[in-house]
Design a protein around this ligand. Structure first.
Ligand SMILES: [Zn+2]
Length: 298
């Protein structure tokens, strides 16, 4: 089988509103990020990566997958944040396919299940289906799709711990989860104490795979997947984050500074604010990381 039969398609789910009604410091309504779901497909079979997590968006994406007419052989989650996998059980049932992730991602999934009552289910009451951790690892973290490899590559800390990307060498494709962003503010709330440098290392790992296309887990659907641009812009955002964290004495100042430096990003301002509140809360003595991360949403 040649590479002609292999391809990929992306469905970007529009951001869902959040239950917190207080506006952001710039007056915006709070919404989540757009969510990218990727279908890597052969002639008959396909692998689904990072399905959405709220009921309405799950229905939309399930209809999109069904319309493609492919037999789903696996559902992959790139990392343990619930927005990338709380929907996997719903898809696994509907399409009779296993959920696959790396061991590190599976460990982080359990932490996100514990946080559901305090965070996810308060932000989206009644909208997230039951999501037990059903993900399994596969030998060598590699799936085969009609003879083509899909490799789950561990990249370490990005916007959370133990993240991975899916590399499809025969397409020059990396489905990056949240290792890279494309046209949205980034969630840096888990990057205190060296996290930004670890994230840069993760980007170097992705770059070494020499992808031509990168699908970011959170992207502006009007933008392409050009790997060189996506890598450069993600790095620039991390650099600006580091500078602003040094310059700004408060979360509000940091938020406003990042908006000024990235006026071209219509998405992710809520995540920018939540990350800012978390990092500045952690500057207080004896701050608890989990309490800071959860409290920043409300
Ligand atoms: Zn995410």
């Amino acid at each position: 089988m040649d590479a002609q039969s292999l391809g990929y398609a992306v469905h970007v789910s529009d951001p869902v509103p959040i239950s917190v009604t207080e506006p952001l410091p710039n007056g915006d309504r709070r919404t989540f990020q757009p969510l990218s779901t990727t279908l890597v497909h052969g002639e008959r079979d396909a692998v689904l990566i990072d399905p959405p997590f709220t009921r309405n968006r799950i229905e939309e994406v399930a209809a999109w997958v069904a319309a493609g007419g492919k037999n789903i052989t696996a559902i992959v989650a790139t990392h343990g944040h619930g927005d990338h996998w709380f929907g996997t059980s719903a898809f696994a049932e509907r399409f009779c396919a296993p959920v696959v992730a790396t061991a590190g991602t599976i460990a982080v999934m359990h932490g996100n299940v514990e946080a559901r009552p305090f965070a996810w289910d308060k932000l989206w009451p009644g909208q997230i289906p039951d999501a037990p951790v059903t993900a399994v690892t596969v030998p060598g973290d590699t799936l085969s799709l009609e003879g083509h490899d899909l490799r789950l590559v561990e990249v370490g800390h990005t916007d959370t711990e133990h993240t991975s990307v899916v590399h499809v060498p025969d397409l020059g494709l990396v489905v990056a989860g949240d290792a890279l962003y494309n046209g949205a503010h980034m969630y840096v709330g888990e990057s205190a104490g060296g996290g930004l440098d670890a994230w840069r290392d993760a980007i170097d790992t992705v770059k070494a795979l020499a992808p031509r296309h990168i699908v970011a887990g959170h992207k502006n659907k009007d933008l392409d997947d050009d790997a060189t641009r996506v890598i450069a812009e993600t790095r620039r955002y991390l650099d600006n984050t580091e500078t602003a964290l040094k310059e700004c004495a408060s979360a509000t100042k940091f938020f406003r500074t990042m908006l000024e430096r990235h006026p071209d990003l219509p998405y992710g301002r809520t995540l920018l604010w939540v990350g800012a509140k978390t990092l500045y809360a952690l500057r207080e003595p004896d701050a608890d990381p989990v309490a800071a991360a959860v409290g920043a949403w409300f």
